[in-house]
Structures are given as C-alpha cells and as structure tokens.
Design a protein around this ligand. Structure first.
Ligand code: MN
Length: 218
C-alpha cells in the first residue's frame, strides 16, 4: 500500500487511543446534552477504537499506517481487516472529526474561504444547509451526512451508511454529522430533525476552515 499525506489525523496510528474532547461534556448544552456526550464519547467511540486495535494486533504490517491511509486504501486490505477498518476504523475517524468540529462558541457561520467555496458549489449558505439537512434527514437507519472536497476541489454533500468514510470513495470529508440513533436518542428520542437543527448551532466553522485548508493543499 502506498504511503499518503494525511490531512487531519496525522498523528493517528496503531495503537489508537480515545482523544480528549476540546471542551467539557456539558459545554454544548442546551443544544447537545451532557449525558449523550459522555456515553457517545466514552462508550461508543471507545468501542470502535478497541475493535480496530484488536484487529490490527494480527496485522503488524499495517500498524504503522495512519487511519487515513487505511481508509483511503480500504479496498487493498485483506478482507477480514477491511471489514473492521470500514466499520471501526471509520467509526474512529468519523467520531474524531465529529468532536473536533463542534464548539461551545455557538451559532458560528462559515468564514472566508469556506464561505466562498460553499457559495460557489451551492449558490448560497441557505442552499447548502438545505442540501445537507436533506442528506442527514433521509439516511435510512444508521449513517452520516458529510460535506466533502471532491476530485475537482469542489464541495459536495453526500450521505454514507453505517460508519463508511468518504475517504474510501476518493472524497475528503471536512464536516460530518452522525445520525445514528445513539447520537440523539437520549435527548431527542425519535426526533432526528430536532437533533439536526440543534447541531447547526454548535458547528465550529473556524475549525472546518482549518480542516478545509489542510485537505485542499494535498
Ligand atoms: Mn456516533
């Protein structure tokens, strides 16, 4: 497998560990509740990490690759490792990004470069938000909605099932929303739309811009 330039989690390789959140568990109240944040981070995210590490124990030749390299090269992996990287490696990357692009500095809007790229791709912030909302609302079952950079350096909105990561499709994700029920059921029960509405208040657009700049420079 070729070595690649990662853009986000450059430091992440086996053995993987749970990253600290860059804010307190209660910091996103009242939009995201503390109880969900604790179980989502400490239980769900940790389980993806544990399962990924367990699988890589048997594959020392893949232990030095970064998580991004494993996801980009997913289809070149041995089939049993591929399944674990897709589900649990994806779970680790996706949650790592999810925590990173949330902020207690509420109600941010896209800044300079990312605002221009959103206008270029969607016509306006409102059109982008409508497209992203639709993708997030209509995921059947468990999955994610994403804002990604495509091969032509345009922004696109996609949805993915389960923990599938856009890196494995040749896209570079810069913003992701978890729409698994475990992300919202404690506070919102079945009301996914209310959870999506809450999420817009807590997006860290400054961080999304930093991720965009890293991702678009490789
Ligand atoms: Mn989750």
């Amino acid at each position: 497998m070729n070595r690649l330039q990662p853009y986000l989690f450059t430091h992440l390789h086996y053995p993987y560990t749970l990253p600290q959140l860059p804010y307190a568990y209660e910091a996103l109240e009242p939009h995201f509740d503390k109880a969900t944040m604790v179980v989502h981070h400490q239980k769900h995210h940790q389980a993806y990490i544990d399962n990924l590490n367990k699988a890589l124990e048997a594959y020392p030749q893949y232990q030095s690759y970064t998580l991004e390299e494993l996801l980009i090269g997913l289809n070149t992996l041995p089939s049993d490792l591929k399944t674990v990287v897709q589900n649990h490696g994806g779970g680790h990357f996706n949650h790592g990004m999810f925590w990173q692009i949330l902020s207690p500095d509420f109600d941010q809007k896209p800044t300079s470069v990312i605002a221009q790229k959103i206008d270029a791709a969607f016509g306006s912030y409102e059109n982008f938000k409508a497209a992203f909302d639709k993708a997030a609302r209509t995921v059947f079952g468990s999955g994610w909605a994403w804002l990604c950079i495509d091969q032509k350096d345009n922004l696109v909105v996609i949805a993915s099932p389960n923990q599938d990561n856009p890196l494995s499709q040749g896209l570079r994700p810069i913003l992701g929303l978890d729409v698994w029920e475990h992300a919202y059921y404690l506070k919102f029960q079945n009301r996914r739309i209310d959870y999506i509405d809450a999420w817009w208040h807590v997006i860290n657009w400054q961080e999304v811009e930093i991720i965009y700049k890293k991702a678009s420079s490789i």
